[in-house]
Design a protein around this ligand. Structure first.
Ligand code: ATP
Ligand code: MG
Length: 568
């Protein structure tokens, strides 16, 4: 079957200039090359070329999901509220959830992810242990009212996701379904040509235990991951845990000393004034947890990772305190809080604030700090939480070597959910012994539309997009660089390539200069470019590799044979 697409009939309008609002390479190039167009913040249309790439990604995902025995279904995106109320997610999901009402006032949502609906489906369809295990998947449009939709299709408010769900009767079964997905994801991302890393993740709002992310290293990524240069440890920085501080001998420290510390509004000025390193100071961040003021203590040279804090305290809501929160609270002296004076406030602390360690911290009096404030002697820690932002050089939790950090795009996520959703919806099947067994679940996502942008980020160059063969919108881009004779040769070569089973894009546009056609071919990013130009009369064409830029002149028949065998 010949698959020849003539550019003269293709709806594609390339742009010379970057869109004004574009920050990332993939955003700029996908718009300029005519793959996608923006309709509103985080809402995008896929044009013919983009659609081909999106379809190719979906096909690879489908093939690999089918290969692990997963069955494809298609559930609605418009969902009733009740199942999400049963699991608590109607509220817990917060402002990211698109909620809406129908004409009768009944409430609905646009699905951000489908655990509830799949659980109900299996409850309806599977009644016995013999019906399990089962893995179901769909490739479907998801909706999330992201706080910062950005980078084009990398973070949309409407986007394509492959989501799958596994249902097992035993923990071992769940581990196996999880392992199957892990293997399938490795194959998917390898085939797509995406460089990726598997890292430990936190489970967040989804609940559950084991969870890993597939990250595509790229400068445009919004995730930071840590990896160990000496062992195989790798984790999203949000999931890196500090091994725990060593308890020290409290009696080694003198009594608490209160000092006047004028003009020391920051940790740096305080450390300089007292001639101590910032790491010897203890800073105390006040936050509201479900409305109640809580203090979080971390060494002065570290930052609190609010995302980590939220994960630890979920589903409680975490907010920063404002000036009003200090009214009527003489115990809270803004800027001079120290844990030794906080009687009515819960104190959470980083594990580095181990028992017996001494600190410089606020004296709970305006303009004064205290020295020799010892954990376990002068104040108690109510709970140790690992909430500091991980930094390059922090010890690897496995082998203590200094960690390295890198940026990446999250392209997939696999979770062992356990029985959280099955409990909420009473999903049981009859066991071997005739008694009901609670089902255990896994949930697994691939960002299908995001993968297109991630691939563009990893593969593009100065000239434009540069797709790996498996997902490129065509195998060969034939350019007619001249008038009638060149166009005729180009169309004939395109036909032959099509017959050989290749997907061909042929630039047969009249009145477009060869220079513009070459620029467009580089921008569109098909892996091979074949030019009918100067030596058309001799039947000689030029074959160019989009990635390496290598070019070669050869007779038509040889060029066709070469491309056909490369594909085979
Ligand atoms: P992120 O941290 O980037 O918001 P997430 O943890 O919310 O991602 P999941 O809920 O695990 O993502 O969704 C599964 C997959 O869907 C992600 O791995 C990602 O590839 C993709 N995805 C999530 N949110 C978006 C979005 N707004 N636009 C495009 N793809 C997305
Ligand atoms: Mg998200």
């Amino acid at each position: 079957m010949a698959q020849v697409q003539r550019m003269s009939r293709l709806m594609v309008k390339t742009l010379r200039d970057d869109p004004a609002d574009a920050e990332t390479l993939s955003h700029k190039l996908l718009v300029r090359a005519g793959y996608v167009r923006r309709n509103a913040a985080g809402i995008w249309s896929w044009l013919p070329l983009g659609m081909k790439v999106l379809e190719n990604v979906s096909r690879v995902v489908r093939e690999e999901m089918d290969a692990i025995g997963a069955q494809e279904v298609l559930l609605p995106a418009l969902l009733p509220k009740e199942p999400y109320e049963a699991t608590g997610r109607w509220d817990e999901y917060g402002p990211e959830l698109f909620r809406l009402k129908d004409r009768k006032g009944a409430e609905y949502l646009l699905g951000p992810t489908h655990e509830e609906i799949f659980t109900l489906l299996v409850k309806d369809q599977c009644t016995s242990y013999k019906d399990l295990p089962v893995i179901l998947y769909q490739i479907q449009t998801k909706y999330r009212d992201e706080a910062r939709p950005r980078s084009g299709i990398l973070r949309g408010r409407e986007f394509q996701m492959k989501d799958s769900y596994s249902f097992d009767t035993t923990d071992e079964g769940l581990a196996e379904s999880y392992a199957l997905h892990r293997q399938a994801y490795i194959r998917i991302f390898d085939r797509l040509g995406l460089r990726h890393k598997i890292v430990s993740a936190v489970s967040g709002a989804m609940g559950g235990s084991a969870s890993e992310e597939f990250l595509a290293p790229a400068a445009a990524g919004e995730d930071t991951f840590a990896y160990c240069p000496s062992c195989d440890y790798a984790a999203n920085t949000e999931a890196v845990t500090f091994p725990g501080g060593e308890p020290a001998d409290a009696s080694a420290h003198g009594p608490v000393e209160v000092l006047d510390t004028p003009d020391t509004p920051t940790i740096e000025t305080l450390a300089a004034f007292l001639d101590v390193p910032a790491s010897a100071t203890l800073k105390n961040l006040l936050v509201k947890v479900d409305g109640e003021i809580v203090a979080v203590g971390v060494p002065g040279d570290r930052e609190v990772d609010l995302g980590k804090l939220e994960d630890h305290l979920a589903p409680a809501a975490v907010e920063l305190v404002t000036a009003e929160d200090f009214t009527g609270r003489p115990d809270l002296v803004r800027g001079y809080v120290g844990p030794q004076g906080l009687e009515k406030v819960r104190y959470l602390a980083d594990p580095r604030i181990a028992a017996g360690t001494a600190w410089v911290t606020g004296a709970n009096q305006e303009g004064r700090h205290a020295r020799n404030v010892v954990a376990g002697r002068d104040f108690e820690v109510d709970e140790y939480l690992d909430v500091v932002v991980v930094e390059e050089g922090d010890p690897c939790p496995k082998c203590s070597t200094g960690l390295k950090l890198d940026r990446a795009i999250e392209i997939g996520h696999i979770f062992q959910l356990g029985r959280k959703y099955a409990d909420a919806m009473q999903l049981d099947v009859l066991g071997q012994n005739g008694k009901p067994v609670r089902v255990t679940m896994g949930s697994y996502g691939v960002g299908v539309s995001r993968a297109v942008a991630a691939l563009a980020e990893q593969t593009a160059d100065e000239q434009g997009l540069c797709w790996p063969a498996e997902i490129a919108p065509a195998d060969v881009h034939v350019v007619a660089a001249g008038k009638t004779a060149q166009t005729e040769l180009a169309l004939s070569v395109a036909e032959q390539l099509g017959e050989a089973g290749l997907r061909v894009l042929v630039d047969d546009r009249a009145g477009v200069s060869p220079g513009v056609k070459f620029t467009d071919a580089e921008l569109i990013g098909v892996p091979k470019i074949l030019v009918a130009g100067r030596r058309t009369a001799e039947g000689v064409v030029e074959l160019k590799d989009r990635r390496t830029g290598e070019r070669e002149e050869l007779p038509v028949a040889e060029a066709v044979a070469r491309l056909a065998s490369a594909r085979g």
